[in-house]
Design a protein around this ligand. Structure first.
Ligand SMILES: NC(=O)C1=CN([C@@H]2O[C@H](COP(=O)(O)OP(=O)(O)OC[C@H]3O[C@@H](n4cnc5c(N)ncnc54)[C@H](O)[C@@H]3O)[C@@H](O)[C@H]2O)C=CC1
Ligand SMILES: O=C(O)C(=O)COP(=O)(O)O
Length: 527
């Protein structure tokens, strides 16, 4: 049974799903050193924001196949390292959207009406009404930074509260903003016009300290800011200064540059207009069930050899698309392996052509499968669907894709052309029935071969005697021929022969075959 480590608190429903296929260890108090020490034992790890999967930790996870983030943000995971190591990283893109949006709205209302402070005052024995005169959000400008899933939900509720919504999101189309009834503006306009600013973007090197002293200076006096996205997008020192000077009327933070927030953080000392929650955005019963199910199912599937539906480092495939593409992925992988061996290593270009009924399919998984096959003789089990594209890129393989729906020889076929040490070579393959793989051309010579473990391919003149001579030579060396196929474009022209052989070719024999008169080239292929 594979082993899964759960290193942050996850809803039991997720543990139950994982337990169907794996031994599950729940250890939620590990230090970074302890994590690194035990990670080599595990095939998968399931985390929330509490566990930091650094480069060092991931590299320690020699047996990891998948990292499951039961939530959205993967900024606590060194995704490039995981990708390089062929570890799939999955998250739950939508499981906690509503929870985070509702927490944001609760923060906005709490800021406007001093609810936490009023509650504390009353419980402290006072009946103080005059200190807590708030403001209304009705007819105020709400500026949303990052109009993705959470930002969009906040926008729609804010509009129903009578707010005017402005958004800054350089990756969003004007049509989408229009559909949401939001004014898409540039950052400076948003900062100048907003009465409330809320953040809903990921933390990246572009968004680090996006809200800094300079940008605070151009905001309206008395602005209120909410951050339920990520700590570090706001410069905490600048924000504390602006609170103290009165420039900002209030701030609500759910996330911090360092989590847990240091006990002596200056933010804890600020007044009633500063509301802090300990990263509770996703902490609803509903969201925790959603993310646990979503991510545990993906871990289970990947451990069973199935694709993940929302991987952040490989294209996710819906199960129905996967079912349709699966035999083609196997075909592409075999063809990639074959064409790579024919091209003789050091491949610098690969073209993947999708023909017939698959010409309009999602091409990326097929291209990745072809690359995996191409690189597998060199990298063996080190290459997989996660890292094949990166490995190819690092080796300088230039990949192109083409499509030709008009090819009708088979319902769908894949044609690969690769250039390497042995020049340019091409192969085509198709499916017989739903899943039987056939090689249907080699260097544009039509054939129909079921691939086997060992194959001998020759390019030769189509003339009497050649095939017999090759056959006798193999016989002399006790190599058994399982089947044979010859393809040619014209009588007595060039031809290709594929022999499925039961045994590996003894050393030196290939050389003798190439020296047979009329043989132009010969290749041994091991699939
Ligand atoms: N406090 C909490 O517990 C939770 C926090 N989050 C965080 O909330 C954030 C948003 O999550 P979702 O809406 O699900 O993500 P999303 O991916 O749907 O939306 C993010 C949006 O930010 C935009 N964006 C990216 N870079 C930008 C930039 N430089 N400037 C402006 N916009 C930019 C993107 O175009 C996208 O529309 C993430 O950081 C996530 O980690 C999510 C769930 C719970
Ligand atoms: O999903 C996210 O990005 C979150 O920030 C939620 O974090 P959590 O799973 O509650 O530690």
């Amino acid at each position: 049974m594979p082993k899964v480590l759960v290193s942050d608190p996850i809803d039991q429903v997720g543990i139950d799903i994982l337990s169907q296929v794996a031994t599950v260890d729940v250890k939620t108090t590990l230090s970074p050193e302890e994590l690194i020490q035990i990670l080599p034992e595990y095939d998968a790890i399931m985390i929330r924001s509490g566990t930091k999967l650094t480069k060092e930790a991931i590299e320690a996870g020699k047996n990891l196949k998948i990292i499951g983030r039961a939530g959205v943000g993967v900024d606590n995971v060194d995704v490039p390292t995981a990708t390089r190591m062929g570890i799939v990283v999955v998250n739950s893109p939508e499981g906690n959207t509503i929870a985070a949006a509702e927490h944001t709205l609760a923060m906005m209302m709490s800021l406007s009406r001093f609810i936490p402070a009023a509650n504390q005052s009353l419980k402290g024995g006072k009946w103080d009404r005059k200190s807590f005169t708030g403001v209304e959000v009705y007819k105020k400008n709400l500026g949303i930074l990052g109009l993705g899933k959470i930002g969009s939900h906040v926008a729609s509720v804010a509009k129903s509260l009578g707010m005017r919504v402005l958004a800054y999101d350089p990756f969003l189309t004007a049509e989408r903003a229009e559909k949401l009834g939001v004014n898409l503006v540039d950052l400076e306009i948003l900062l100048r016009e907003a009465d409330y600013i809320t953040l809903h973007l990921p933390k990246t090197k572009d968004t680090a300290h996006l809200i800094n002293a300079e940008r605070i200076a151009i905001m309206k006096d008395g602005v209120r800011i909410i951050n339920c996205a990520r700590g570090g997008i706001i410069d905490e020192v600048a924000i504390a200064d602006a609170i103290k000077s009165g420039k900002i009327a209030g701030i609500a933070l759910d996330v911090f540059e360092n989590e847990p927030l240091e006990a002596d953080s200056g933010l804890r000392e600020l007044g009633d207009n500063v509301i802090l929650t300990p990263h509770l955005g996703a902490s609803t019963e509903e969201a925790q069930t959603n993310v646990a199910v979503d991510v545990a199912e993906q871990i289970r599937d990947v451990l069973l050899g199935l694709p993940a539906r929302s991987a952040v480092n490989i294209p996710g495939l819906r199960p129905d698309v996967w079912q349709k593409l699966k035999p083609y992925l196997q075909l592409a992988e075999m063809l990639g392996n074959l064409v790579g061996q024919l091209a003789g290593g050091r491949v610098d270009t690969l073209n993947v052509k999708l023909q017939g009924e698959i010409a309009n399919s999602e091409s990326q998984p097929i291209v990745v499968a072809a690359l995996k096959g191409l690189l597998s003789p060199a990298l063996r089990e080190r290459v997989n669907f996660v890292n094949a594209s990166i490995e190819a890129k690092e080796r300088g393989i230039h990949v192109t894709e083409t499509r030709d729906p008009s090819v009708e020889d088979y319902s769908g076929s894949i044609h690969l052309t690769a250039h390497g040490n042995q020049g340019q070579q091409s192969v085509t393959g198709a499916l017989l029935g739903k899943s039987e793989i056939r090689i249907t051309s080699i260097n544009e010579f039509p054939i129909n071969v079921a691939p086997t473990h060992y194959m001998l391919l020759t390019l030769h003149r189509d003339m009497p005697g050649i095939i017999g001579r090759i056959g006798s030579l193999l016989g002399n060396f006790n190599v058994n021929i399982a089947s044979m196929q010859v393809g040619r474009r014209m009588v007595r022209g060039e031809a290709v022969m594929v022999l499925n052989i039961d045994d590996p070719l003894p050393s030196g024999l290939l050389d003798e075959i190439v020296h047979i008169q009329g043989v132009t080239d010969a290749f041994v292929v091991k699939l």
